[in-house]
Design a protein around this ligand. Sequence first.
Ligand code: NAP
Length: 260
Amino acid sequence: MGVLEGKKGLILGIANNKSIAWGVTKSCHREGAELGFNYLGDALEKRVRPLAESVNATLVEPLDVSDDAQLDAFFAAVEAKWGQLDFMVHSIAYADKNALKQPFSQTSRQAFQQALDISAYSFVACAQRAARIMSPGGAMLTMTYLGAVRSVPNYNVMGVAKAALEASTRYLAYDLGEHGIRVNALSAGPIRTLAASGIGDFRTLMTKAARGSFLKRNVTQDEVGNAACYLVSDWASGVTGEVHYVDTGFNVGVGDPGES
Ligand code: NAP
């Protein structure tokens, strides 16, 4: 019997089969969860729906996390369909491509606000609505990156958004802990995805991450998916407020040793 057997979970942020959210989906489906998904606009529905159907999803609804009315409608649909929610995975981020290309010191107010809104506040917005339909034992998870705690070249405003996301994780974990709900973040090493394509010179980042990691390679989508599955399952029942690194050990070391 799978560790998520009998549980209903939302996975937010599938763009395509390269998405980290898809890695999470594969693991959670294998472990027996009943799954629900969002999509951002009609164009994305065409890509998300077939993936969702391939794992027998019972809920696929539109949701732009920057829109409160859509958030309300989405979680109302979840409540109407499922009644109760056991876990939620938030795998969503956005920053303006031009803002990411500029030196961080040149970030505009508008680009800063948008990156923080979609990449950090949206987790709070989803969590407050999800918590209303979660019982003790419920779990929430978001995806973060090392750029939250280190200055990573080209990560720029997204690093600041991830710092806010990680702090939000701790405050949500504090608030929701008394209701028996756990909240964690998973810090993944670099993986080639649509969102990653917005980060300048991502190829070099991946090469350096592999060289500087203890396992001497990049992490895979499936490895992140499996760790996410553990964090939302009862196996992690004593874990909350954490940032859990799944990066083949890169964050613990001293970084890229160079080519010698
Ligand atoms: P991805 O496949 O592009 O997923 C990002 C998702 O966010 C997409 O589905 C995107 O939808 C969605 N999104 C953006 N704005 C949204 C909005 N307003 N409302 C709803 N959804 C919205 O890339 P990914 O790499 O898997 O990213 C997933 C998460 O992992 C992100 O938080 C990312 O920062 C994090 N992460 C990624 C890496 C990496 O190296 N790839 C490493 C560590 C952490 P659209 O495509 O339609 O815009």
